[in-house]
Ligand binder design. Structure first.
Ligand code: ATP
Length: 234
């Protein structure tokens, strides 16, 4: 469904990603783990069209997207939930969630979609009239994912959904992500919390210094001695 081939990208003259190749099949959960500054967010930004690759190609659902605008890429069903949620704090939770469904390609059926999304997040339903900025970190992350789901993603990309959350909430967050995957949405997940992220992954990649250092099944990486010491603290 998504095929990234030999992509090099960065900011100005600074090269961050070097010859990155990866793929995500329909219905898969693919995780990318890597330490601070490894280039994970930059990779998601390149796939979303926010950073233009200087080399390589990106294909999604059978068409080349690396020359498309971010808006066109969203229209093709590739949706990113950004790191640190990026909600509109002085707008209500309802308006933040609805904001995800305004692209012309998904606007029809918005009311039904809204109900379906709220069924996944009962906590969000309870807080619809509250200002988004007054929610807890975990609740804000749920709102950000709910907003992403409003866009009817064929592929949902999540950038560090566990960032800044208390350990008990992290577990709940991954349970929700697991449920979204099992309901048929393909997911590309970027995480530093390697244990949880690898547990729910069909396949995973390790990114180090802007390059793919390892690729395996989630279970395979969980058992890998290098991953155990470098990412799992075992
Ligand atoms: P983290 O987990 O800390 O968010 P990451 O793996 O997502 O890390 P990136 O955010 O992709 O890493 O950052 C990779 C490198 O790119 C870092 O060295 C960062 O300083 C640099 N970088 C990120 N955004 C910009 C920018 N807009 N301009 C210049 N350099 C940037």
């Amino acid at each position: 469904m998504l095929k990234v081939s030999d992509v090099t990208a960065g900011y100005g003259r600074t090269v961050i990603l070097q010859d990155i190749s990866l793929r995500v099949g329909r219905g898969e959960v693919v995780t990318i783990i890597g330490s601070n500054g490894a280039g994970k967010t930059t990779l998601l930004r390149a796939i979303s069209g926010l950073v233009k690759p200087t080399k390589g190609t990106i294909e999604f659902d059978g068409q080349r997207i690396d020359r498309m605008s971010p808006d066109q890429i969203v229209g093709s069903g590739l949706i990113m939930v950004p790191e640190a949620r990026q909600l509109f704090p002085v707008m209500t939770v309802r308006d933040n969630v609805l904001m995800g469904g305004y692209h012309p390609k998904v606007r029809a059926g918005m009311a039904e979609r809204f109900e379906e999304v709220l069924d996944i997040f009962p906590r969000v339903r309870e807080r619809l009239n509250q200002l988004a900025g007054s929610l807890s970190g975990g609740e804000q992350q749920m709102v950000a994912i709910a907003r992403g789901l409003m866009a009817k993603p064929k592929l949902l990309m999540l950038d560090e959904p566990s960032l800044g959350l208390a350990p008990i909430i992290v577990g709940q967050m991954f349970d929700v992500i697991d449920r979204i995957c099992k309901s048929g949405t393909t997911v590309l997940l970027v995480e530093q919390k390697a244990f949880h992220a690898l547990k729910i992954a069909d396949r995973a990649y390790v990114i180090e210094n802007g390059q793919i250092a390892l690729e395996n099944t989630g279970a395979g990486l969980l058992a890998d001695p290098h991953i155990k010491t470098a990412y799992l603290g075992i």
